[in-house]
Design a protein around this ligand. Structure first.
Ligand SMILES: O=C(O)C(=O)C[C@]1(C(=O)O)C=C[C@@H](O)C=C1
Length: 297
C-alpha cells in the first residue's frame, strides 16, 4: 500500500489533512517528528507521498516548509488542501479543575501559539511558552507529565487521543482560520473528490536587483492574463536583502501562457524552478471527516 508521511504524531491538524487527502482505505499513514523529516523521507524515496503545512490564514507562511523545499529537497508539489483550523486549550484530565493561575507552561507548535497570541495575553498573560514540533506532540507531552500542570494548544482530535480535557475551544484570535497543506511526492489525484481548481507553483530568483525587476516578472504573467494567487519572498540565505519569490499561478489560465511567461523571465536572467502543477481541494468539498479513531495510540 502506498505510504504517506505526515507531520505527526497522530492527532495533528496535518494528520487530519492527510486523512482527507489520502484516505486510510487506500494509503498507509506514517507520522514523522518534524516537517524536515517528512520532506526528507519523500525526497529519499522512503515514502511515496508527504503532507506538510505551508501557510495559515492568521500567521502566514510556515517558513520551515518553504526553506526546506528550496534548500534541502527536490520534491514535486502534487496537491493542496485548504483545511479549517480550530485551536483548543487542553489539559491533563486530573488537572482540569486547576485555577489557570496554577498553569505553568503552554506548549504547542509555533504556528498554533501565534494564532492565539491575543487569547494568551488575555487569559494566561504570564505563562511560559514552550515550542514543540507539532500540536499533537504538545498534547502528548502534557498527557505524559501531569505533575507539571502544563496546557497544550491544538486540535480536539489530539485531546481525544491523549485523553486530555478541553478547557476552551476555538481560541484562535480570528475566525475563518484555515491552513493550506500541500501533498508532495509522486503524481497523485484524490480517489473520489473533485478538485476546486488547479495551481502551478514556481520559485523565481532575480538575476540582479534593479528598480522594477519584480514588476517585470509580474507583468510577464499579467499581460498573458495569468492570475497570481500568491507572491511570497523568502531570504536566499546567501546575502542580506536577496530573496527567492514563491509564486502561485492559478491554472484557470492556459498552461501555455504560464510556460510563455516563464520562458520570458528566464530569457532575461531569472532562475525559475517549477515546484509543481497540481489540483487544489477544499476540505468541506472532499466530504472527509476530521474525527480520529482514538482507540489507536
Ligand atoms: O499539524 C499540526 O498540528 C501542526 O502542529 C502544524 C500546524 C502548522 O504548522 O501550521 C498545522 C496547522 C495549524 O496551522 C497549526 C500548526
Amino acid at each position: 500500500m502506498n505510504e504517506v508521511a505526515y507531520l505527526g504524531p497522530r492527532g495533528t491538524f496535518t494528520y487530519e489533512a492527510t486523512q482527507a487527502l489520502f484516505p486510510k482505505t487506500d494509503f498507509q499513514h506514517t507520522p514523522c517528528n518534524s516537517i524536515p523529516d517528512v520532506l526528507t523521507a519523500v525526497d529519499q524515496g522512503e515514502v511515496a507521498y508527504g503532507v506538510v503545512p505551508v501557510e495559515n490564514a492568521i500567521e502566514g507562511s510556515v517558513n520551515l516548509t518553504h526553506d526546506w523545499l528550496v534548500h534541502h529537497v527536490h520534491v514535486q508539489v502534487t496537491g493542496e488542501l485548504i483545511y479549517p483550523i480550530k485551536q483548543n486549550l487542553m489539559i491533563h484530565t486530573q488537572n482540569r479543575m486547576l485555577s489557570p493561575s496554577r498553569f505553568t507552561q503552554v506548549l504547542s507548535h509555533p504556528q498554533a501559539i501565534a494564532q492565539c497570541q491575543s487569547y494568551l495575553r488575555k487569559h494566561l498573560p504570564n505563562i511560559d511558552v514552550t515550542y514543540v514540533d507539532s500540536t499533537a506532540e504538545a498534547a502528548r507531552q502534557v498527557a505524559e507529565n501531569p505533575e507539571e500542570n502544563w496546557v497544550a494548544i491544538g486540535p480536539q482530535s489530539a485531546g481525544k487521543i491523549y485523553h486530555l480535557s478541553i478547557l476552551s475551544t476555538d481560541i484562535q484570535d480570528y475566525p475563518n482560520n484555515f491552513t493550506r497543506f500541500i501533498a508532495v511526492g509522486k503524481p497523485w489525484s484524490h480517489p473520489s473528490a473533485t478538485p476546486s481548481g488547479k495551481k502551478s507553483s514556481l520559485l523565481v530568483t532575480l538575476p540582479t536587483d534593479f528598480p522594477g525587476a519584480l514588476y517585470r516578472v509580474l507583468s510577464s504573467f499579467a499581460k498573458r492574463g495569468v492570475n497570481l494567487s500568491r507572491i511570497e519572498s523568502r531570504p536566499t540565505k546567501r546575502k542580506l536583502g536577496t530573496y527567492h519569490f514563491f509564486i502561485d499561478a492559478e491554472q484557470e489560465s492556459n498552461e501555455l501562457d504560464i510556460i510563455a511567461a516563464v520562458d520570458e523571465i528566464k530569457a532575461w536572467g531569472c532562475q525559475v524552478r517549477h515546484l509543481g502543477s497540481y489540483p487544489c481541494y477544499f476540505f468541506e468539498k472532499i466530504g472527509g471527516t476530521n474525527r480520529v479513531d482514538n482507540r489507536e495510540r
